[in-house]
Write a protein that binds this ligand. Structure first.
Ligand SMILES: [Fe+2]
Length: 242
């Protein structure tokens, strides 16, 4: 499996606190069957100012430790970019931390606030798409607007956005409502990717296999392969060719 949304870089957001925790998270992911990880620290303007140089240097330090420990995993980095008008200036200066290139598109992990979908979100998404950047909208099943009105996802789907569901939503960690919405979206074929969104060992661990088994039971092996391997592989493969 490939995990393309997790907060493993030590000390730069609300994920791993230090290198010890970062390595423990990676070891746990590997034990669970993960072979590739794209770390995605929050880039949340004013809260976590993780611009590319910050992410790069933190990533290099982590990669060095992983090499030293001989952990069998491939690593790359992007970011979970919070919806904000600041995105436009980063786009203009080529400073957006993106996933890779696939089908002439680049992909970007985009986070809405959990409380709602802000006015203007569609405009920003259209702007990104015009620049050949496809937003991968993080955990729609945990957004309160969408929990109330699930069909509000549709305009974004029609525009061409991709969507990523959190593995532990599928297994019920975020409650029955999030679980039901995640499964309903998957059933409607609206979701392209499942990822862990791991933050720590106990409450938000980097585990995918249990969710994968559930998806296989409910929707079959082909759907599980797409959500947990093929789609995450395709949109991040170019990051691993560097
Ligand atoms: Fe996240």
């Amino acid at each position: 499996m490939i995990d393309i949304h997790c907060h493993i870089l030590p000390g730069i957001d609300d994920g791993a606190k230090d290198m010890v925790e970062a390595l423990a998270l990676i070891n746990l992911a590997v034990e669970d069957g993960v072979t590739r990880i794209v770390v995605t620290p929050h880039l949340h303007f004013g809260r976590f100012n993780n611009y590319l140089p910050v992410i790069e240097s933190s990533f290099l330090a982590l990669q060095e430790e992983v090499n030293k420990e001989k952990i069998q995993v491939e690593l790359a980095y992007a970011a979970e970019v919070r919806l904000d008008s600041e995105i436009l200036s980063l786009l203009a200066s080529n400073q957006l931390p993106l996933y890779g290139r696939y089908n002439n598109q680049q992909f970007m992990l985009l986070e809405f606030p959990h409380s709602h979908i802000p006015a203007g979100s569609e405009l920003l998404v259209k702007h990104l798409l015009k620049h050949n950047i496809t937003p991968v909208i993080a955990h729609p099943e945990r957004n309160r607007d969408l929990l109330k009105s699930p069909d509000k996802i549709k305009p974004f789907a029609r525009l061409g956005c991709w969507f990523q569901v959190t593995a532990s939503s599928i297994t019920g960690h975020f409650g029955e409502d999030c679980q039901a919405l995640a499964l309903s979206y998957i059933e409607q074929d609206l979701i392209q990717i499942v990822a862990s969104d791991a933050h720590n060992l106990k409450r938000r661990p980097p585990l995918l296999s249990k969710a994968r088994r559930k998806i296989t039971e409910l929707f079959g092996e082909e759907q599980a392969q797409k959500l947990f391997y093929d789609n995450p592989y395709n949109i991040t493969a170019s990051l691993f060719e560097l």
